[in-house]
Design a protein around this ligand. Structure first.
Ligand code: NAP
Length: 246
């Protein structure tokens, strides 16, 4: 038997932005939420707002992923924690940013799936929301961040195949620029670059992305929303660059 009578959700990166908004929305719809992140004070703030369990975790701590998160019975995994350290071209990227971005956005992302999905498959019930990006679908001149989100795209595509016959659903959400702390963290050492990335257009809000996530989760069981791409109206990916080599 398969169903979408989901009762529990685990959200990584629930201390701000998309994860925080999704935690609120899921809780409002009667789902028991387990919210995670590194900033304990933010988790406590959330717990004062909604009824939820909180787990302070750095998702790069694999041991803790398996010991603390792997034991939970989770119906909805919002695989959201991510960073944008590494927007510089690869020939300028800081080696440390390469590690932070790939460890957080790809390695930990996979371990979270490894820890949570077996329970879903066993119970024949579950929905995985993988947070990708348009940077994983189109070249945005960021081998590191774009590459990490490109991996998320192919992970979601492969997951759909791997899950066939289990009744478990998987959705990739690919936003363009969203007005969250993401750019503060990504450009903590370069406020001008943050300004450049976030000004001159009306950004998406975290509520817009949470709406898309809730649409996928609330779809009837017969329908798997495989991917949603959403961008600000004023941000359009694509085109080609022609520049004379100097
Ligand atoms: N904002 C955008 O324009 C945009 C566009 C496309 C895709 N995305 C993706 O959307 C997702 C959420 O980003 P956001 O925009 O909501 O940014 P955000 O407000 O900066 O939220 C990022 C979340 O990830 C958590 N996180 C980061 N590193 C972590 C780690 N090592 N361990 C545990 N938690 C960690 C942060 O929590 P702590 O700091 O408390 O650990 C925070 O809750 C990311 O995957 C991002 O790549 C964002």
């Amino acid at each position: 038997m398969t169903n979408t009578n989901y009762k529990s959700a685990l959200i990584t990166g629930a201390t701000s932005g998309i994860g925080l908004e999704t935690a609120i929305r899921l809780s409002e719809s009667g789902i028991h939420v387990t919210a995670t992140g590194r900033r304990k004070e933010k988790l406590i703030e959330l717990q004062n707002k909604i009824s939820c369990d909180i787990i302070e975790i750095d998702v790069r701590n694999q041991e803790k992923i398996y010991s603390e998160l792997g034991k939970l019975d989770i119906d909805i995994l919002v695989n959201n924690a991510g960073v944008g350290k590494g927007f510089a071209p690869i020939f300028l990227a800081e080696p440390e940013d390469i590690n932070t971005t790939t460890e957080t956005n790809v390695t930990s992302f996979l371990h979270l799936l490894r820890a949570i999905v077996p329970g879903m498959v066993k119970r024949k019930k579950g929905h995985i929301i993988n947070i990708g990006s348009i940077a994983g679908l189109y070249p945005v001149s960021s081998s590191v961040y774009g590459g990490s989100k490109g991996a998320v795209h192919m992970i979601n595509q492969n997951l759909r195949v791997e899950l066939s016959g289990t009744g478990v659903r998987a959705t990739e959400i690919c936003p363009g620029r969203v007005n969250t702390e993401f750019f503060d963290v990504a450009f903590s050492d370069n406020p001008d670059k943050k300004e450049q990335m976030t000004s001159g257009l009306e950004l998406l809000e975290q509520q817009d992305v949470a709406d898309a996530i809730m649409f996928a989760i609330n779809a009837p069981w017969r329908m798997n929303v495989s991917m949603i791409e959403l961008t600000p109206t004023e941000q359009v990916p694509g085109g080609s660059i022609i520049k004379k080599a100097k």
